[in-house]
Design a protein around this ligand. Structure first.
Ligand code: ATP
Ligand code: MG
Length: 566
């Protein structure tokens, strides 16, 4: 392919709204173009990388025995009402009506649709297991679309769904997808780590996210370098050592005018944040509760929601806090609480701590939780921090940032129950199918590759997903001998299935090299009259420094290129 025949519009300046490198490079290298917030068009170069990632996924899904299907993007509301998610998806789902005023959703995911489909096809255990997948658009009305393709309103997802006769069989389907995911990301040149994850609204028992570690990642992950335990911060646990606090005297009220946050009060009283108990008021399924955590930790609302087995959990609004505590916001505490109090496990046995006084501008010192409060339950209720102890091996953990590129869930029977998706066993009993669901953000993966592999000059594509594997720089397009060699080389490469772009523009070499580095083709070949007179063509990998460049005779170039692409 010739550069001049391709729609490429590289940019020198970073787009104004781009905060992270991969977003800047996506746009500058002319892979995508923004149409509106969270909406991107793929340009020809970006399309090629997207298709390559897609193809790798397709091959690995097929190899794992999954069957490709395609479901409608427009889904009737009834499906979502059956599962109860017409309500629980909230404003994250795009909704619309047809001319007869019937409600629809633009697919954010497809558990409902696929369960309805499989239910209508499978009736006997003989037809199971089955795993289906599609590579198709998804729509989500994200609160904050940003970072280019990382979090857009419309994106390409591979979603797969498995159906099995039993929980044990479903584990096998889960593992098949888990292993396929590892291969997918490896083949894309990505280092992606499986991380234990919460199952969220979707329900189910077992779940891993695949994360690409990057400072630009939106998710926090607790990682133990020693035993390789890795869990999303929503889920990550820590080991808590028993405390041996000394007993304390009677409770003492202290005036703490306007000191509401732990920072303010700890500065005011000159005590470390860990000496305090932070108390927050939540409303769980409409009822207020208090949650206490050590002053130097944050509440993990997901853990709290699970503990309470609540459908909804929100921070209490000011009016409820005032009602529950009898004070303005900032002075809640567990002593004399009017609502149930739940506390983090690290507070079990806490004595001599400082808590909010349930009275404006007041805190209480010398509190012994066992003596002075009634705690419904101690449980793991915090977000883990750097240095917390690994729950598996006891060594310190670190907190890293990650980009979630894929997610595998064991769903259980949540959807098959709702849709009555049953099969007949060999003795003709009806049983519900056991499901799993598995997603890969295809467009997000393209950008994650860039985030993980770039330098100050541009992208460094792994050969497997590069828009073109080789760029041939024709420095003298007007010189017939040069162009002849370029064209021959292009043909040889193409017939060896190495996709090649020829930069046939009449531009200064500097401009052409800059563009090649920006787009990041894995191998660059430079052909010019001067070079040929001096013995050949220049070949260099994008990832290598200039001193690694080799000069080879034109007829030898193809072997060198193949070698470098390995
Ligand atoms: P996130 O936590 O990042 O919002 P999610 O957990 O809601 O993602 P899933 O429902 O697990 O996402 O979707 C499967 C995959 O789709 C994710 O692993 C991610 O790679 C991708 N994905 C999800 N939302 C978006 C989005 N708004 N833009 C691009 N890709 C997305
Ligand atoms: Mg997810």
């Amino acid at each position: 392919m010739k550069w001049t025949k391709l729609m490429i519009q590289t940019l020198r300046d970073n787009p104004g709204d781009a905060e992270i490198d991969s977003h800047k490079l996506l746009v500058r290298a002319s892979l995508v173009k923004k149409l509106a917030g969270g909406l991107y068009s793929f340009m020809p170069l970006g399309m090629r990388s997207l298709r390559k990632v897609e193809q790798i996924i397709r091959e690995e899904m097929d190899r794992a025995g999954a069957q490709e299907i395609q479901l409608p993007l427009l889904q009737q509301a009834e499906l979502w009402k059956t599962s109860g998610r017409w309500e629980s998806m909230g404003p994250g789902m795009f909704r619309l009506k047809d001319r007869a005023q019937r409600d629809y959703a633009l697919t954010p995911t497809a558990e409902e649709e696929v369960t309805e489909l499989i239910k209508s096809v499978v009736s006997s255990y003989r037809q199971l297991p089955v795993t289906v997948y599609q590579i198709h658009t998804k729509f989500r009305d994200e609160i904050r679309p940003r970072f280019g393709l990382m979090r857009s309103k419309e994106f390409l997802m591979k979603d797969a769904y498995s159906f099995d006769v039993s929980m044990e069989e479903a584990d096998k389907s889960y593992m098949a997808m888990f292993n396929a995911y590892k291969r997918v990301f490896e083949r894309c040149g990505l280092k992606a780590y499986p991380v234990e994850a919460d199952t969220g609204d979707i329900g189910g028992k077992f779940s891993h996210e695949f994360h690409v570690l990057a400072d630009a990642g939106e998710d926090g992950i607790g990682v133990c370098e020693t035993c390789k335990y890795a869990a999303n911060l929503e889920k990550a646990e820590r080991k808590v050592l028993p405390r041996n606090d000394e007993s304390c005297g009677a409770i003492e009220e202290v005036a703490t005018p306007n000191a509401k946050t732990i920072e303010e009060i700890s500065a005011f009283l000159g005590e470390k944040p860990s000496k305090f108990v932070k108390t927050l008021v939540y409303v769980a399924d409409g009822k207020p509760v208090m949650c206490c955590v050590p002053g130097d930790y944050e509440v993990n609302e997901i853990k709290l929601k699970h503990l309470l087995d609540a459908k909804t959990l929100e921070m209490a609004p000011q009016s409820i806090v005032e009602d529950v505590t009898g004070a303005v916001v900032g002075f809640a505490g567990p002593v004399g609480a009017k609502v149930p109090v739940y506390a983090d496990q690290a507070l079990e046995g806490a004595k001599g701590v400082i808590v909010g006084g349930n009275k404006t501008d007041t805190h209480l010192k010398n509190v012994d939780l066992a003596r002075d409060t009634k705690i419904e339950k101690f449980a793991d209720l915090v977000i883990v921090k750097d240095g917390d102890i690994c729950p598996k091996c006891g060594k310190p953990m670190t907190i890293k940032r990650g980009i979630e590129v894929g997610h595998v869930f064991k769903l259980g029977t949540k959807y098959s129950n709702a849709f009555n998706a049953v099969y007949k066993t060999d003795d003709l009993k009806e049983q519900v199918m056991v499901m799993g669901c598995y997603g890969i953000g295809v467009s997000r993966t393209v950008q994650a590759v860039i985030e993980q592999s770039h330098d100050k000059d541009g992208i460094i594509w792994p050969a497997s997903v590069a828009p073109y594997q080789v760029i041939i720089e024709n420095l003298d397009p007007k010189v017939p001998e040069v162009t002849k060699i370029v064209d021959e080389l292009e043909q040889q490469l193409e017939s060896s299935q190495i996709d090649t772009l020829v930069d046939d523009r009449e531009e200064r070499p500097g401009v052409k090299f800059k563009d090649a580095d920006l787009i990041g083709f894995p191998v660059r070949v430079v052909v010019g009259a001067k070079g040929l007179a001096n013995g050949g063509v220049e070949v260099k990998r994008r990832a290598d420094t200039k001193d690694k460049m080799v000069i080879v005779a034109p007829e030898k170039a193809i072997d060198t290129i193949k070698e470098l692409l390995k």
